[in-house]
Write a protein that binds this ligand. Structure first.
Ligand code: URA
Length: 241
C-alpha cells in the first residue's frame, strides 16, 4: 500500500487513537486545540498518520506504525519461526529487506511450501486465525497412488484425529499419473500438521504439500522464495472475511 499518499481527516485520526469520539474531536478542532506539524488545523484538514505530527493541547498523538502485508511463496526447508535454535533458514530471512517487524499469519511446516502471509497488523492476524471465522485454506496435495472414493469421502465428511474429528473439507481432484494423484484440499481449521494427519488417517501417503489459497488470496504465479506486498483491495478483502 502506498502509505505516503494515505491521508485521513484529523478528527478520524484522533478517534482512531481512542482519545475521543469524532464529534468531540471536531469540537477540539473548532476550539483551536489541535495542530498539524505545528499549525492550527481547521475542520476538514487531513493528515498522514505515519508521517505527520498531530498535537492536541501541545501533546503529540503518537504516529501510527506503518502497516505491512506481504504474501510469500515459502520454499520447502524453511521454518516459520523468527529464530530457530538449530540455525535453519527462516521465512523471515526472505523478507530481511522489509523494515517493519513482521510475524506470520499462522504457520507452514518445514516441508510444506506455498502461500504464507506476513504482517505487523496483530488485530487482522488474530481475526484471520480465530477458529470462529473458519477462514478457508486450500492445499495442493500430491499423494502416492490413488485417492479412492472412501478416502475422499472421509476427507470431505471429517476424519477422526487424536485431537477430534475434523470439520467438513472440500476435495477437488487436479490430476493423476500412473503413480501419483494431485488434489486440492480446502480446510477451515488450522490444527497442527492437519492436512498431513488427515491424509495419513485415510491411508494416503503425502509426497508434496503446498498451500495455494488463503481466504480470498491465491498464490498464483509468485515464484518460490519471493514475496509481494498485498494491494489495498486485497487487504480489504481479508478484513471483510
Ligand atoms: N497442514 C499440514 O499438514 N502442514 C502444514 O504446513 C499446513 C497444513
Amino acid at each position: 500500500m502506498n502509505q505516503a499518499a494515505a491521508t485521513v481527516r484529523i478528527q478520524k485520526l484522533i478517534a482512531r487513537a481512542g482519545l475521543a469520539s469524532r464529534r468531540e474531536a471536531e469540537r477540539w478542532i473548532e476550539q483551536g486545540r489541535v495542530t498539524l506539524n505545528g499549525k492550527r488545523v481547521s475542520l476538514g484538514d487531513q493528515a498522514n498518520p505515519h508521517h505527520d505530527q498531530v498535537e492536541i493541547d501541545g501533546r503529540p498523538l503518537s504516529k501510527e506504525q506503518n502497516k505491512c502485508y506481504l504474501m510469500l511463496n515459502k520454499p520447502l526447508g524453511y521454518v516459520t519461526t523468527a529464530h530457530d535454535p538449530q540455525g535453519r533458514a527462516t521465512v523471515f530471512d526472505l523478507v530481511a529487506q522489509v523494515p517493519e517487524r513482521l510475524f506470520s499469519i499462522g504457520r507452514l511446516d518445514l516441508n510444506t511450501g506455498g502461500l504464507l502471509l506476513l504482517t505487523n497488523d496483530g488485530a487482522l492476524a488474530n481475526s484471520l486465525l480465530h477458529p470462529r471465522y473458519g477462514i478457508p485454506k486450500t492445499y495442493r496435495v500430491k499423494i502416492s497412488g490413488e485417492l479412492g472414493p472412501v478416502a475422499r469421502q472421509s476427507l470431505e465428511q471429517g476424519v477422526s484425529l487424536e485431537d477430534g474429528i475434523t470439520a467438513p473439507a472440500q476435495v477437488s481432484r487436479i490430476r493423476e499419473s500412473s503413480r501419483n494423484t494431485w488434489f486440492d484440499l480446502t480446510i477451515t481449521e488450522g490444527r497442527n500438521r492437519q492436512v498431513r494427519r488427515m491424509c495419513e488417517a485415510v491411508g494416503c501417503s503425502v509426497s508434496m504439500l503446498k498451500r495455494v489459497r488463503f481466504g480470498t488470496l491465491e498464490l498464483k504465479a509468485l515464484p518460490v522464495g519471493r514475496f509481494r506486498h498485498l494491494s489495498a483491495a486485497e487487504v480489504e478483502s481479508l478484513r471483510r472475511l
